[in-house]
Design a protein around this ligand. Structure first.
Ligand code: FES
Length: 161
């Protein structure tokens, strides 16, 4: 019957074979693809509290630079990143901590005691003691860290990409 709509036995076996092959391919292939892509899809940001030592060691209303380094390992690769933060103790128990990385093109700002401003040497950016923009090309104030005080010690929350 050449015009019959029903499948021949051979066609049926071929169809079932193809469907089984597709199913098995999916079963084996999806986890393999997921395994290969997982490093790229992984959420890389890590959070850690960094100790900046006793709060009492920081003078009042005087931005004080604190520096530290962090080492990250990705497989065989090891990266050391140095950080600088300005600690501004605004009262015996209150503190604000700013990144010393300029928000324009990431040069390091420095506190100028005479001008009472943070100054970025790269493009003459000026920031106020509270990180606000005074003048320059920078698009936003200095980044500020979340802080906590535990047992008289100051900590900042560091988010690393
Ligand atoms: S990098 Fe600081 S003003 Fe350009």
């Amino acid at each position: 019957m050449p015009n019959s709509p029903s499948l021949t036995r051979r066609q049926f076996v071929t169809l079932v074979g193809a469907a089984l092959s597709a199913f098995m391919g999916t079963l084996v292939g999806l986890p393999a693809i997921g395994y290969l892509l997982s490093p790229a899809l992984e959420r890389r940001e890590r959070e850690s509290w960094i100790s900046l030592g006793p709060l009492d060691q920081y003078p009042l209303n005087q931005p004080t630079l604190f520096t530290f380094t962090r080492t990250k390992k990705h497989g065989w690769e090891k990266t050391v990143t140095s950080y600088g933060v300005y600690v501004l103790r605004t009262s015996p128990t209150q503190v604000r901590v700013f990144s010393n990385v300029c928000t324009h093109l990431s040069c390091r700002v420095r506190w100028d005691e005479e001008a009472r401003e943070y100054i970025c040497p790269c493009h003459d950016g000026h920031f106020a003691i509270d990180g606000a923009i005074i003048s320059g090309p920078q698009p936003r104030p200095l980044d500020e860290y979340e802080t906590k005080i535990e047992g008289g010690n100051l900590f900042i929350l560091l988010r690393e990409a």
